[in-house]
Every structure is written in structure tokens, then in C-alpha cells.
Design a protein around this ligand. Sequence first.
Ligand code: NI
Length: 180
Amino acid sequence: MAVRKIIRMGHPVLRRRAREVAAQDIGTEAMHRLLADMIDTLRDYGGIGLAAPQVGENMRLAIVHLPEEAGGALNNATPTVCFNPTIEVLGDETAGFWEGCLSVPGLRGFVERPQHIRVTFTNPRGETESVVARGLLATVFQHEFDHLDGKLYIDRISDPTKLAFEEEYARYWQPAEAGG
Ligand code: NI
């Protein structure tokens, strides 16, 4: 296990569509090592999600770890591992969150996204799994899966005045947004 370096915005690898993961590649020793590295990396950097392209791996793989107390509903101690995920929007409701990204360090941006979705993916045992997600968890899945299509959250900011450095975000935006 090892902490990988996270690739930052500007590197072309973050802007390409990642490849599907073949079923026979999911249970391999190499894949176990990559998953262990991604989990270590996520913990070390202190994030809530990480996509394989962010550590230079061209594959449709992302991990999400949003503890229940942080608004998640996965209720597990380890990250949810998603191979070849798809998203189905279940309802019209949208809401915005101030998103951050380990590949765009130091910044926060306000992005509105659907808030009631179903995600379907292959898990590390090769089984198909579905999770219905709402609120922040729905946003985190969409943010991570965007990475697999070469998209960053900054592409989805509709109001450019709501892109801020973390210090200015904390000073000027966080208090106002916290209650809502
Ligand atoms: Ni990100």
C-alpha cells in the first residue's frame, strides 16, 4: 500500500474520457493493490472521493467515502468502490454545494446538481450494485464520476463569482451558506 501523488488541474490526463474496466481485471492482485493505494491516498489527503484518473490510472473507477455524520448514507467504515459507474437522475430537485477537489487544491466553487439519483456500478467482487443517493452524497458521486469523463467541477460552475480560495470562502461565504 502506498500514498500516490494526486494529479492536478492542467495535466491532460484529467481531461480525457477514462476506459471501461474489463470484468476479468476487477479481481486481480494488481487491482487490489491499486484500490489499497487509492484508499491510502484518499485518507492521506483527507478527501471524500477519488477517481482513478486523479492518480494517473486510465480506468472508470472511483471511490467515495462520505461518513454518515458528514451527510453520507453509505454507513460503512471503508470507501465505496465503483467500477464502470452509471447515474440515473430520479427527480427534478437540484441543490448547490461548495465543492472542492484534490486535483484543484485551495479552491472552492458552488455547483448545482441533481439531488436524487441512482448509481449503478460493479463492486470489487464483480457484482452489480445500486445505491440511491440524495443530497451531498448524490453530489459527491456525480463529482467523482465526472472525473471519468474528463470533467472537473469548475466546468459546472454557473456563477463564476462563486469560485473562491478556501480562505476567502471561509471568510465570506461559509457562514452564510452554513444554515441553508
Ligand atoms: Ni475531484
